[in-house]
Design a protein around this ligand. Structure first.
Ligand code: MLT
Length: 240
């Protein structure tokens, strides 16, 4: 806690930098706007009983078989061979996912979740759950690390933007002494009125557009579309 008794808030812009932070007393917010954390929020908002994030396709298939669960995931934006479904949030309407367990493996997002295992608590962030997530973090009143999944350890625009959007809402209640947080907030302030337009330069925007997923991008930037707070505990993500 700072002198003013506010908990600290920091931002880690890439999984490659995560080792620099002490996670043990912190709530870590995992951010992978395009698209893992948006898909997790959507599936749970639509009634999935839980999401099990795994780091390999093999594990995904094995757990899927054991639990009779839906297996899903991507590598480089494509449905990974052997899995039934991809990482598009639009694949998980209530009519399909309600009451089911989703086992998910993705290139960056689910990997970062496993890397953050030493955190006191791990929650899932996206534009889709922005308001309820921020309300939850204010209520918890604990030190926070906003952890961006990026793309293969590189910093990306969309995750930095969401970190900035969260800071924009939390800055009066948290102590921010972190340059990465200042960068994220400034980026968000400059882009907030034209999020989708500003995203067009992003590498994953271009990658997903090439693969025909334009609708996913617009959906993933929709604020408060899936008002849930997913929490990762004992190997599964469920509602807080
Ligand atoms: C990831 O975790 O790498 C992603 O969410 C990629 C994607 O499916 O767009």
């Amino acid at each position: 806690m700072s002198q003013e008794n506010k908990p600290g808030l920091e931002v880690c812009l890439s999984p490659a930098l995560l080792h620099l932070y002490d996670l043990s007393q912190k709530i870590v917010v995992i951010i992978d706007v395009l698209r893992a954390t948006s898909t997790i929020c959507t599936a749970l908002y639509h009634g999935a009983s839980k999401v099990i994030p795994v780091d390999s396709v093999e594990k995904c298939m094995e757990i899927g078989r054991q639990l009779g669960a839906v297996t899903a995931g991507e590598r480089d934006g494509h449905i990974a061979p052997g899995l039934e479904h991809g990482n598009s949030p639009l694949e998980y309407p209530a009519s399909f996912i309600q009451g089911k367990t989703l086992v998910l493996t993705t290139t960056n997002g689910t990997r970062l979740l496993h890397m953050a295992k030493d955190a006191e608590e791990i929650v899932i962030g996206s534009f889709l759950n922005l308001s309820v997530l921020c309300d939850y973090l204010i209520r918890r009143n604990k030190p926070i690390l906003l952890a961006c999944a990026g793309w293969k350890d590189r910093i990306n625009l969309e995750d930095t933007l969401l970190a900035g959007a969260i800071i924009d809402r939390l800055k009066s209640r948290f102590d921010i002494q972190c340059d990465a947080a200042i960068i994220a907030e400034k980026l968000f302030s400059a882009s907030r009125k034209r999020l989708l337009e500003n995203m067009q330069q992003a590498s994953h925007f271009k990658r997903l557009t090439r693969h025909g997923f334009q609708q996913d991008i617009a959906y993933c930037l929709t604020i408060d579309q899936a008002a849930v707070v997913p929490v990762y505990r004992d190997g599964a993500i469920e509602l807080a």
